[in-house]
Design a protein around this ligand. Structure first.
Ligand SMILES: Cc1cc2nc3c(=O)[nH]c(=O)nc-3n(C[C@H](O)[C@H](O)[C@H](O)COP(=O)(O)OP(=O)(O)OC[C@H]3O[C@@H](n4cnc5c(N)ncnc54)[C@H](O)[C@@H]3O)c2cc1C
Length: 289
């Protein structure tokens, strides 16, 4: 209570704030979560406890603060440079990059693929669970990078180099071609306006350029209603090949350093998950090589 001259409340003081919870942060996302710790131990991830303990401190501390910042300062879309050239650039707040770097260096998208040890998926899930308490927006490209690896493994002639870089514990948020980076991220562009759950309704066309079938080169033309992390270095994209719906690896840049035919149309204006740059894109003869 603010005391006035006469010993009572100042006349302008309207009320005293009480019966409110204390702020959650800072908290320890691992030590304070008994259910999580018991579940990880029960499911075979106990060996990762020291690493999870360290990430729990970060997730409830500096990363939690970064999550607020990234959410309050959502990504900005710059379709063109100031001379009018198309650049399809999304600019993130530094807090977003901080979140991505911390998670990638902790192995969040890579742990089960690099350390093939029983319980590695459990440990990774715990990392992700704690990270998402700090910021779920960055959780999107982190999850997509993790989830793209099994698909890339099916086509090692195309995927091996991508897998090595996507599972390296190195984050490089720079806007330059994937083959110049030690660490990369992967997105997914599957959903179309008429085809979300039912991806069979996708209309994006895949035109064969050299041969057909697994590993061959195709050009993609169409739209995607969701491409949530358009600054990823590459994407798994669904398109209708002559033989039916198939999955293609699409780099954001051509090998010669030019931008691929992937045009960001706009960023979605979302209620939540705002640190994540969910975009709508068009593909015009976009291709891997
Ligand atoms: C924040 C955000 C980010 C996203 N990022 C990406 C991204 O990066 N890349 C991408 O490709 N997609 C992305 N998506 C899209 C997401 O994957 C789709 O929303 C999802 O596939 C569902 O499609 P839909 O929205 O068209 O819903 P619909 O398919 O229209 O489904 C609507 C409802 O009907 C139900 N339903 C649908 N079919 C059936 C059925 N056969 N039987 C019973 N119930 C059914 C669904 O469960 C749902 O409740 C994102 C979505 C969000 C919200």
């Amino acid at each position: 209570m603010v005391q006035g001259d006469a010993g009572g409340m100042w006349p302008a003081e309207t009320h005293e704030v009480f019966n409110q919870p204390e702020p959650l942060e800072p908290f320890h996302a691992w030590r304070s979560d008994t259910a999580l710790r018991e579940a990880v131990a029960r499911e075979g991830g106990g060996w990762a406890a020291p690493q999870l303990d360290a990430y729990g401190a970060a997730a409830g501390g500096p990363l939690f603060a970064a999550g607020f910042l990234a959410e309050r300062n959502p990504p900005q879309f710059h379709p063109h440079d100031r001379y009018g050239r198309r650049i399809n650039l999304v600019e993130y707040h530094p807090a977003y990059h901080e979140l991505m770097r911390a998670a990638i260096e902790a192995g969040l998208p890579s742990l089960p693929w690099t350390g093939a040890r029983a319980g590695a998926h459990v440990a990774r899930a715990a990392l992700e669970y704690m990270h998402n308490q700090a910021d779920s927006g960055s959780g999107c490209p982190l999850t997509m990078t993790f989830a793209a690896i099994p698909a890339l493994r099916l086509q090692p002639d195309v995927g091996a180099d991508w897998i090595n870089r996507a599972t390296a514990r190195a984050y490089d948020g720079a806007n330059r071609p994937w083959h110049e980076k030690a660490g990369i991220t992967l997105g997914m562009a599957m959903t179309e306006k008429q085809g979300g759950t039912d991806v069979r309704a996708n209309t994006t066309r895949a035109r064969p350029l050299a041969g057909t079938g697994p590993g061959a080169l195709y050009a993609l033309t169409g739209h995607k209603w969701f491409c949530s992390a358009p600054m990823c270095d590459g994407f798994l994209v669904l398109g209708q090949a002559p033989g039916g719906l198939s999955c293609f690896l699409l780099p954001r840049w051509h090998p010669d350093g030019g931008l691929n035919g992937l045009y960001v149309q706009r960023l979605k204006n979302k209620l939540g998950n705002r640190s994540n740059a969910s975009s709508e894109i068009e593909l015009r003869e976009a291709r891997r090589g």
